[in-house]
Design a protein around this ligand. Structure first.
Ligand code: ADP
Length: 378
């Protein structure tokens, strides 16, 4: 039994052929620069992915595919369980697109072309918001006019849920403890970045909100800003809504302050004495520490803090600087363990640290494939 997992973005399409039972990846890859050159659109991108699979000797009709799993960023209030896609669901997802204008439309394009090219298989949507569907109201509610918020479905939805759930379960497995017995903080630090706090296996807070723009400083997104900044840019700087959206999504974060959103290159700039790069790093770390502190207070006590995704799994300096000097809060990193490189889940706190700190590689494709397998076998 295998599942084809598709993560369709505006300019790239990621794919993986996964055996959900064993976690084995038969293949995975990415088709980039959609809309430029030979890859004119998402249809061409998916065909290119199939060609790449065929070139590896993987033919779709011989793989034992049972489903195609699609990552969908925003499920709104309605969708949180993995859901079999039909025309009615596509129509409802189109209605949700204004909630996630940068993310849901390209996912829908991926769904449309995949349903066309693989019509005989069930297609299943797995939502990035799903894990946070039951956030406590105190955490999910914005302190704005209640009726207006209800009318427009304005709440904190949270994103990267597939990753937060997967990593928190892996952390529990690593510790040999039941998932629902632990208080956890998960720091998903990739190009997008988000933090979550879990109590008894359920999320009680997360840093992203109505959109994936809130919270931590990210590669190219600002994270938290005073909403007054937006009005000021509009009214006084004369920027349009579209310009402000592009600014906050694509020209902000570590890139906006430091000129580089790849942390490997950011460190090189810092080493060469670049002051803006240093400032970007400092702002990033400052925000991260604030969220760790906030979530410790939300939880009262944490058993484990896990780092995951591109930066969290690979950048030892970020991990050290995010949690240094917190022995008073029960957190003590072992510099030697933290500096070791590995693809496995591993502990980086000292044996005596009351809070265990882990690095846990995320695997959203596997989590999506498992969700799909659950749907088709149930
Ligand atoms: P996405 O959000 O696109 O899925 P990833 O989780 O793959 O992102 O993270 C990508 C980011 O991870 C890169 O932009 C880079 O900043 C960072 N990264 C990847 N490898 C390393 C590394 N070896 N050291 C530091 N940062 C890294």
């Amino acid at each position: 039994m295998t599942v084809l997992v598709i993560n369709s973005g505006s300019s790239s399409l990621k794919y993986a052929v996964v055996k959900p039972d064993t976690g084995e990846f038969l293949a995975d890859g990415i088709v980039e620069r959609i809309g430029e050159g030979p890859i004119a659109d998402h249809d061409a991108a998916l065909r290119a992915a199939f060609d790449a699979l065929a070139a590896e000797g993987l033919h779709l009709d011989e793989l034992g595919l049972v489903a195609v799993g699609h990552r969908v960023v925003h499920g709104g209030q309605t969708f949180y369980r993995p859901t079999v896609i039909d025309d009615a669901l596509v129509a409802k997802l189109e209605e949700l697109s204004p909630l996630a204008p940068l993310h849901n439309p390209p996912a829908l394009l991926g769904i449309q072309v995949a349903r066309k090219l693989l019509p005989e298989l069930p297609h299943i949507a797995v939502f990035d918001t799903a894990f946070f569907h039951d956030l406590p109201e105190a955490a999910s509610t914005y302190a704005i006019d209640h009726d207006l918020a209800q009318q427009w479905k304005i709440r904190r939805y949270g994103f990267h849920g597939t990753s937060h759930e997967y990593v928190s379960r892996q952390a529990a497995e690593f510790l040999g403890k039941p998932h629902d017995s632990l208080n956890q903080i998960v720091l998903h630090l990739g190009n997008g970045a988000s933090a979550s706090a879990l109590s008894g296996g359920r999320p009680v807070d997360t840093s992203m909100g109505l959109t994936p723009m809130e919270g931590l400083v990210m590669g190219t997104r600002s994270g938290d800003v005073d909403p007054g900044v937006i009005m000021y840019l509009w009214r006084t700087a004369g920027m349009s809504v579209e310009e402000i959206e592009t600014l906050l999504n694509r020209r902000s974060g570590v890139l906006g302050v430091g000129g580089q959103n790849d942390f490997r290159k950011l460190h090189e700039l810092i080493e060469s004495g670049d002051q803006n790069a240093q400032l970007a790093y400092d702002v990033y770390i400052h925000r991260l520490r604030k969220y760790v502190g906030a979530y410790l207070a939300v939880l009262g006590r944490a058993d484990v803090i896990s780092f995951t995704a591109g930066v969290g799994e690979n950048d030892a300096a970020v991990r050290r600087d995010a949690l240094s000097g917190l022995t008073g809060l029960g957190i003590e990193i072992d510099e030697g363990l933290n500096a070791e490189r590995s693809k496995q889940a591993r502990r980086i706190s000292t044996p005596d640290s009351p809070v265990t700190v882990l690095v846990v590689p995320t695997n959203e494709e596997l989590a999506i494939a498992r969700s799909c397998a659950d749907v088709v076998t149930s």
